[in-house]
Design a protein. Structure first.
Lengths: 476, 202
C-alpha cells in the first residue's frame, strides 16, 4: 500500500506535466513521437505545478492532505479527459526532426557513461540518505516542518531559525513533503527518488530537444558529456537544489530554441519556457537572474530579426508562463516578511566599498577561471579536449543566432554571479569556495545544449579550421 | 519568419567518418569516471547508514519521543558549532535555540562526565538522561527576575500531556503570573526526576 501511494505521488505530477506539455505545445510535436522530450519536460513541469498548487493550498486552507491530493487528482483527470477528447494528438504543422543517425559506438559509449553515472549516484545516495549539508539543513528540514508540523508548518519561519535561509523558495521542500504526505510517513527514499528523477530526466530534455534540433548524433554526444560529469551524479545524490535549478534552466532554454526553430506564431513554446524559468525562481533565488538573462538573450537576438512588436508579444507570452513561480515567490516573501539576506544585509556604502575594492575582482576572476577548468569533479579534465572539439567542428552557419543567444545567456549568468560575489556580505573566499562549483552546475546543461546545437555537423579538415579564423563567425 | 528546417546532410556526412576529437573526448570522459570510481572504492567508501544524520536520528529517537510535538527549547553541546543544525534537523518541528535561556534544554555531549561540571556552573540539573551524551536539562535555579516570561519562551507546549515528565505539578510554574521568581530550586517541586537531579548535582 505504501509503495502504491509512493508511486502515485510520483505518477500524478508526471502525468499532469506530460498532459500539460502536450496540451500546450501539441502542434509542435511529431504525432506519436518526441515522447522522450514530452515526458522529460513533463516531469519538471508537473512537479513545478504541483509544488505551486501545494503551496497555495498551504497558505490558504492550511495543511490538509485530502484536499491537496483531491485537487491534484482532479487536475490530472481534467487534463487527461481534455487530452483524450482531442484525440491525444497534435494538429500540425509539425517541426521536422533533423535527420542524422548516430554511429553505434557513440550509442554504446553513452549507455556506458549513463550507467556509470547512475550507479555512482546510487552509491553516493546510499551513503548520504539524508542528503548533503544543504539538503538536510534547508530543503529536507523545511520538508519536515511541513509534514511533521502540519497546521503549524509556518514554524519554519520562526525568528530563532534565521540561520536556515528562510527566504529560499520552497519547490524542493514541498516536493519532498508531498511524497511523504502521499506515503503517510517520512522516508529517505522519497527525496532520493525525487533527486534521481530531477537529475536523470534532464538527460531526456537535453537529448530529446537536440534530437529535434540537431539530430541523434549530437544528442548522444550531449548526453555523453552530461553523463560523463561525475559532479552531476554527486550533486544529485546529495540532493542539491542546484541540479533541479540547472534542469529547469535547461527546460527554459529548450523552449526558447524550439520557439525560434519551429517559428510558431502563437508563442506556446515561449509560455512553456516562461513556466520553466518561473519555476527556477521557485527552486532557488538564482532563478530571478535566470529569468533576466533569458529575456536579455531573447531580446538581443529576436529584436533585430523580427522587430519590436513580435518580440514584445514573445516576452508577454514568456512572462505569462513565468507567473506561477513568480507569484508563489512573491506570496512567500510577502506573507512571511522574508527578505533576501545578501540584499538586506547590504548598505549602499558597503556595496560601493566592495565594488571599488580591486582585490575582490582579482580574487573572483582567479577563482572563476580555476572553477571553469576544474568544474565537474573530473579526474582528467576534458576542458582542453572540448575546446579542441569546438575547433574541429566549428559553428554551423545557420545557427549563429542560437550560438550568440547561448553566449549571451551563459555569459550574462557568469557576470551576474560575479556581481553577487562582489557585493556579498559574507567572507569572499569562503563564499566562493562553498558555492562556485554549484553555480557552474546551473550553467553546465544549458552550455552543453547551446554549444552542441550550434556546432557544425561534421569534423572539419585542418585546412578548413585554419581558414575559418580568417572568416567572420558562422560563415562556412 | 519561416521555421528553420535542418538541412539534409550530404551523402559523405552520413557515413560518420571516425571523428578523432570526439573519440578522444569520449575516452577522457570514461577514463575520468573510472578514476572517480577508483577514488570512491579506495578512499571514500564509508558504510551505509553510518552518516552523521542517520546516527543522530538513532541517538535522539528516545529524546524526541519524550518531548512535546511543538515548542522552543534551549540547546547546549560541547561539539562543534554546527551540531545545533544537525540536531534541529532531527528534532524539527521543535525549535532549538543555542544557550540555556529556556526552561528545558536539549543537551548533546560527547562525554557524560562533562555534564556534571556544566550543570553546576550553569545552575542546571539533568531532567532525563537518554544515554550516549543526549539528555534533557532543566534549571535548578530560575533565571533572574529581570527576564520576563518571554525569556522563558517554551512555545506551544502547554497542552501537551504525553510522556514528558515536567519537574513540578504545574507544567510551567514560573510562568504562572505572580509566582515568577517564587520557584527557587527543583527541591521545591515533587519530581520523578528528583533523584536523578540530585545525582547530577552530587
Amino acid at each position: 500500500m505504501m509503495m502504491f501511494a509512493g508511486c502515485l505521488s510520483l505518477l500524478i505530477p508526471c502525468s499532469i506535466g506530460y498532459l500539460a506539455v502536450c496540451r500546450l505545445c501539441e502542434r509542435q510535436f511529431v504525432p506519436g513521437g518526441d515522447f522522450l522530450l514530452k515526458i522529460s519536460l513533463g516531469v519538471f513541469v508537473g512537479f513545478g505545478i504541483c509544488s505551486c498548487l501545494f503551496f497555495l493550498w498551504l497558505v490558504t486552507v492550511g495543511y490538509r492532505p485530502p484536499v491537496i491530493i483531491g485537487a491534484e487528482a482532479g487536475l490530472c483527470i481534467a487534463l487527461g479527459v481534455s487530452h483524450w477528447r482531442r484525440g491525444g494528438r497534435g494538429r500540425g504543422p509539425y517541426a521536422s526532426p533533423a535527420s542524422s543517425a548516430a554511429p553505434g559506438y557513440l550509442r554504446f559509449v553513452f549507455w556506458v557513461l549513463f550507467g556509470m553515472s547512475l550507479a555512482y549516484f546510487l552509491l553516493k545516495a546510499l551513503r548520504h540518505p539524508h542528503g548533503g549539508w544543504d539538503a538536510w539543513m534547508m530543503w529536507n528540514m523545511k520538508a519536515r516542518f511541513i509534514f511533521r508540523g502540519g497546521k503549524e508548518w509556518a514554524q519554519m519561519f520562526s525568528s530563532q531559525l534565521d540561520w536556515s535561509h528562510q527566504d529560499y523558495p520552497l519547490f524542493l521542500p514541498i516536493s519532498v513533503a508531498r511524497v511523504w504526505m502521499y506515503v503517510g510517513r517520512e522516508t529517505v527514499v522519497g527525496p532520493i527518488l525525487l533527486s534521481l528523477l530531477f537529475t536523470y530526466c534532464g538527460f531526456g530534455v537535453l537529448m530529446g530537444a537536440l534530437v529535434k534540433l540537431a539530430g541523434e548524433e549530437r544528442a548522444l554526444l550531449a548526453g555523453c558529456l552530461l553523463a560523463g560529469t561525475p559532479f552531476l551524479a554527486v550533486a544529485g545524490a546529495i540532493q542539491n537544489a542546484d541540479v533541479p535549478l540547472g534542469m529547469f534552466f535547461l527546460c527554459a532554454a529548450v523552449g526558447l530554441l524550439l520557439h525560434e526553430r519551429t517559428g510558431n506564431p502563437d508563442g506556446r513554446w515561449m509560455v512553456l519556457s516562461g513556466l520553466c524559468a518561473g519555476l527556477t525562481c521557485w527552486t532557488k533565488n538564482e532563478g530571478l537572474l535566470v529569468i533576466c538573462v533569458l529575456l536579455l538573450g531573447q531580446c538581443a537576438i529576436r529584436l533585430p530579426r523580427v522587430g519590436a512588436k513580435r518580440t514584445w508579444r514573445e516576452i508577454v507570452s514568456f512572462g505569462f508562463g513565468a507567473l506561477p513561480g513568480i507569484v508563489c515567490l512573491i506570496i512567500l516573501r510577502a506573507r512571511f516578511s522574508l527578505s533576501n539576506e545578501i540584499v538586506s544585509m547590504a548598505e549602499l556604502g558597503e556595496w560601493m566599498r566592495r565594488l571599488l575594492s580591486p582585490h575582490r575582482y582579482v580574487l573572483i576572476g582567479d577563482r572563476f577561471l580555476a572553477g571553469l577548468v576544474n568544474f565537474g569533479a573530473w579526474r582528467v579534465s576534458p576542458v582542453a579536449a572540448l575546446t579542441l572539439f569546438g575547433l574541429t567542428r566549428g559553428i554551423d552557419a545557420r545557427r549563429t543566432g542560437d550560438a550568440l543567444k547561448g553566449l549571451i545567456v551563459v555569459g550574462a549568468m557568469i557576470f551576474g554571479y560575479a556581481f553577487i560575489f562582489l557585493i556579498t556580505p559574507y567572507e569572499l573566499v569562503w563564499h566562493l569556495s562553498t558555492s562556485l562549483d554549484r553555480l557552474f552546475m546551473h550553467l553546465w546543461p544549458v552550455s552543453i545544449l547551446f554549444w552542441i546545437n550550434a556546432m557544425g555537423p561534421r569534423c572539419r579538415s585542418p585546412k578548413t579550421i585554419v581558414a575559418s579564423f580568417s572568416t567572420p563567425l558562422g560563415e562556412p | 519568419m519561416p521555421p528553420e528546417v535542418p538541412s539534409k546532410m550530404s551523402a559523405g556526412d552520413s557515413a560518420h567518418p571516425f571523428d578523432a576529437a570526439m573519440s578522444f573526448i569520449l575516452g577522457l570522459l570514461i577514463l575520468s569516471f573510472l578514476l572517480t570510481y577508483k577514488d570512491y572504492f579506495w578512499h571514500d567508501q564509508g558504510t551505509i547508514g553510518q552518516d552523521k544524520s542517520s546516527l543522530l536520528e538513532v541517538r535522539f529517537r528516545d529524546l524526541k519521543a519524550s518531548l512535546p510535538p511543538e515548542g522552543i527549547f534551549g540547546f547546549v553541546t560541547d561539539k562543534d558549532d554546527n551540531q545545533i543544525y544537525r540536531v534541529q534537523y532531527v528534532l524539527c518541528p521543535l525549535v532549538l535555540v543555542r544557550g540555556v535561556a529556556s526552561d528545558v534544554i536539549v543537551a548533546d555531549f560527547s562525554a557524560g562526565e562533562r555534564v556534571s561540571a556544566f550543570c553546576e556552573s550553569n545552575g542546571l540539573s539533568v531532567l532525563r538522561d537518554f544515554g550516549d551524551g543526549t539528555m534533557l536539562l532543566t534549571r535548578s535555579l530560575p533565571l533572574s527576575n529581570a527576564y520576563g516570561p518571554e525569556a522563558w519562551n517554551l512555545g506551544r507546549g502547554d497542552e501537551f500531556q504525553g510522556q514528558f515528565a515536567w519537574p513540578s505539578p504545574s507544567p510551567r510554574p514560573w510562568l504562572d503570573g505572580p509566582c515568577l521568581g517564587r520557584f527557587t530550586s527543583l527541591e521545591d517541586a515533587e519530581s520523578p526526576d528528583r533523584e536523578r537531579s540530585r545525582r547530577c548535582e552530587a
